[in-house]
Design a protein around this ligand. Sequence first.
Ligand code: KG4
Ligand code: ZN
Length: 389
Amino acid sequence: MLVLGIESSCDETAAAVVADGERILSNVVASQIPTHAKYGGVVPELASREHLKRIVPVVDEACHQAGVSLTDLDALAVTEGPGLIGSLLVGVVYAKALALSLGKPLVGVNHIEGHIHAVLLENQTARSACNAIGEPRFPAVALVVSGGHTSLFRLEHRPLDSASSPFFTCTLLGRTRDDAAGEAFDKVARLLALGYPGGPVIDHLARHGNPDAVEFGRIRMKGNPFDFSFSGLKTAVLYRVRGTSLAAEAEERRAWRKAAGSSPPPVEDLRVHCSQSTLDLVASFQNAVVTDLIERTLAAADEVDVESVFVSGGVACNSLLRERFAAATRQRGFPVFFPSPGLSTDNAAMIAAAGYYRLMAGCRADATLMANASLELGTLGPKAAESRN
Ligand code: KG4
Ligand code: ZN
């Protein structure tokens, strides 16, 4: 079954053709980073305009690279939420019109469910290329950690033949109460004039800093221990910078970047413009985020007794997170699975794969399908339910 996936929830316009939910025939992502970089974050109005310009050529390119025409497709899957409403609308309206004109079935997919499917998709596509020995097994705990989300789920396998099964069922264990982890990376990078998106730059620069130089302390959460909060840490970084030589240094970097023109400088050039104190600060910040993500995920994995841990979303590209998760789970006897970096960040192959399982379970969208900026995934676990009240 050939499924065309369409993803436009944030700032990537993406389309992919996936066969039988597991073989990626094409996976095209048009990044909007140059559009948003000068603002240090995604500007929703600009994002939807860019999606409008790119959606048709991106879908054409995905079909071209897969060697198929639109009429060869068996079905379409589109991200219906969560995300930026203007961005989501472009994908949903386009997918509905395309499905209607082709007379093909369409299914709406939750973006977060797509991120979780990226883990399974890759392990089905190239089992040997995964980061852990063996196969992902259920029950599992999934950490979805990106610029928009930081959530923990317990996943139960569901056989494909059960009605409206998306292949696994999700229970929300906890999620961020304020900033997502990727958002904190992006905001710290903006404060220090390191560029956008902040995660990959900080990941690189942090290798040259001392992660223990600045003691941020543990992030404490009242109530649900599986909830996250990164805004306090971001503010702690701000206080370390404001009114100090680090702030003056950041201003010099800002001026240097402006003078260098619109294209981002190579990260090694950027490093030359960072003092050791700045490198130590970003390494300590990254260390605090990674420690918190791992501790809460493993505490959840222990409490709900799982066979594997899945980590996906843009922040899953982080090299320290990957190393430290692999080491920590090895000691505990269950494996951790990450998608490769290209499938960790937003893409449409994950939407096509998740859509395939929904289609197999009989799900179909009709003309009433709407973009939903705050679409929820799964049911609420007891602690997550308590912390909502
Ligand atoms: O999944 P994604 O492409 O989009 C959302 O759904 O948000 O994630 C983008 C986020 C950005 O905040 C970016 O800074 C972060 O992922 N990111 C990273 C790394 N690569 C991307 N964060 C930390 N380390 C990285 N290597
Ligand atoms: Zn995402």
